[in-house]
Design a protein around this ligand. Sequence first.
Ligand code: 5RP
Length: 228
Amino acid sequence: MRTPGSNQEDKKAAGESAAALIKDGMVLGLGTGSTVAWTILKLGESVKEGLDILAVPTSYQSEALAIQAGIQITTLSQHPVLDLAIDGADQIDISLRAIKGGGAAHTREKVVSNSARRFVIVTDGSKYVHKLSVPVPLEVLSFAFNLVVRRVAEMGGQPILRLGKMKDGPVITDNGNFVVDAHFGPIENPQGLSAALCSIPGVIEHGIFCNIDEVHVARGGRVEIIRR
Ligand code: 5RP
């Protein structure tokens, strides 16, 4: 898991809370990260007790974890419409808009969450805020890197190429692209910024999500469920 140690108890409580939404026969989208990993593990336990589900994972990491947990994997080709997608977030505001992509999986996460009838976010309370302010991850075609950097700077952002921790040079996503973290400070209009980022050629997907139906926020082990 990417962020061991930080708020693990609350991440576990939120992640496991969302697992209670899953019913027999559902086809799920499984997000990526250390919070939704608890959902996947909990679902794995239920599968061992007889729960019958299929899941589309959003990353190599979630796919490996789901397989290890005994969850049967499917694809969007086989199941283009999912019953429910569950994922973590790097920050989510009180109007249920989120920034995701801390694990560089936001492109598949956006495709999967938009393929689902409902999208649920699981998070610890530290990420539930009044105003989004963390950097916005952009998955960028390497060929377009310089153009994207220039356009983000023209929009008032500070673009930073994400570098590997155990690898020299840039992080390469599961789709074979770069990640640029675009620092804008507090974001007044997430929908407007989303539209502006979508208009930059070479930005494959950005990490602003405005399609969230429900959030499970854990604080001190207690989970609050907020619905749109
Ligand atoms: C991956 C994501 C994650 O959901 C987000 O980074 C939260 O991760 P974690 O639950 O480990 O804090 O968007 O791309």
